[in-house]
Design a protein around this ligand. Structure first.
Ligand code: 8YV
Length: 332
């Protein structure tokens, strides 16, 4: 019997490609060419599965053109590139890579918070530019981290990881807002108190965004929300671009309506809102919150595990629309 055929849409670890090749006929984009939507569809037409990195839109038009497709395995925890309803209607399973990146991403969220509050990159640029000639009492004086109030919007696994780092490591008071409240046990573990969205905005000294991108969370933070924040506060986005209105944020930073921002994700990335590149009080990183060698390897293997399990007739490990797997006659 011929092996199922899969497409790996971006360059990933060669050892994971080698592993996939033991199970499938693999077409892998190891030259990391950026395909257009039409090219992607062309390559996917004869495939049973795909391993993607979360940047390719899996929508009704693509699904209609790729009738053989049974699974799209994202090497990401976020899956806003999936039109889940269209995939479910087309009988295509989507999978993601939760858990394996939680702690690494929470580490990075905290790193960005620290760098923003303590003006690490801004002061490094100053030093590199040869501007450091003498001590001054207020040189790069930033915002306190220990003992301050940490606000978290979106309290899933990564949000909880950030809460624990803040509460246990830095003695921060942790408040959060989420669609649903954590259990009392989890609240105690994270030392976190549930508050309204308004209270979160008004009380946080450092506000970290860790919520999924959905139509409801589009521009969840815009000029009205920034106006409710303390002028001394910082805003950290490690969730998705589009959750923050980047143009409004750039203006607020310019006018010092908030003290600083740390951004790992951007609306329309890899393009960055030009205003953000002009303001000094923002730390900008190119969507690297999960980027440690170990974690990215775990993500790639989990994405491969999902493909192997499902296309070999077993239960997928981390499905986002599990009903598809249950209804698939080819699956266990
Ligand atoms: C990157 C992420 O997109 O997992 C996610 O949802 O945003 C990040 O981990 C991922 O590393 C791309 O493979």
């Amino acid at each position: 019997m011929s092996k199922p055929r899969i497409l790996v849409t971006r360059k990933i670890f060669p050892e994971v490609i080698a592993r996939l090749s033991q199970h499938f006929d693999v077409e892998a984009n190891q030259d990391d060419v950026l395909w257009s939507d039409a090219e992607l569809i062309e390559r996917l037409r004869d495939k049973d599965g795909a391993l993607t990195t979360g940047t390719q839109a899996i929508n009704a038009a693509l699904l209609a053109a790729c009738a053989k497709l049974r699974i799209v395995s994202n090497m990401t925890v976020g899956y806003n590139n999936f039109d889940v309803a269209a995939m479910t209607a087309a009988g295509v399973l989507g999978t993601n890579t939760p858990d394996v990146l939680t702690e690494t991403t929470a580490d990075f969220g905290f790193a960005l918070l620290m760098a923003t509050a303590r003006r690490v990159t801004e002061s490094e640029h100053y030093l590199r530019a040869g501007k450091w000639t003498r001590w001054s009492y207020d040189m790069f004086a930033g915002a306190e981290v220990h003992g301050s109030t940490l606000g978290i919007l979106g309290m899933g696994r990564i949000g909880q990881g950030i809460a624990k780092r803040g509460a246990h490591g830095f003695g921060m008071k942790v408040i959060y807002h989420n669609r649903s409240r954590l259990t009392p046990e989890l609240e105690a573990e994270c030392k976190a108190s549930y508050v309204s969205r308004d209270e979160l905005l008004a009380e946080a000294d450092h506000l970290v965004l860790v919520l999924p991108y959905t139509p409801e969370s589009h521009h969840a933070i815009g000029s009205a929300e920034i106006a409710r924040m303390k002028p001394t506060a910082t805003l950290i986005n490690i969730a998705r671009g589009g959750i923050v209105d980047d143009a409004a944020l750039a203006e607020a930073l310019m006018d010092r309506r908030i003290a600083g921002a740390g951004l790992d994700v951007f609306e329309g990335e890899p393009k960055v809102q030009p205003g953000l590149l002009q303001v000094p009080n923002v730390v900008l990183t190119p969507h690297i919150a999960s980027a440690t060698v170990k974690t990215r390897l775990k993500m790639a293997h989990l994405a491969a595990d999902n493909l192997i399990a499902y296309l070999e007739g077993r239960e997928p490990i981390t499905p986002v629309n599990p009903a598809v797997a249950r209804n698939d006659p080819g699956s266990a």
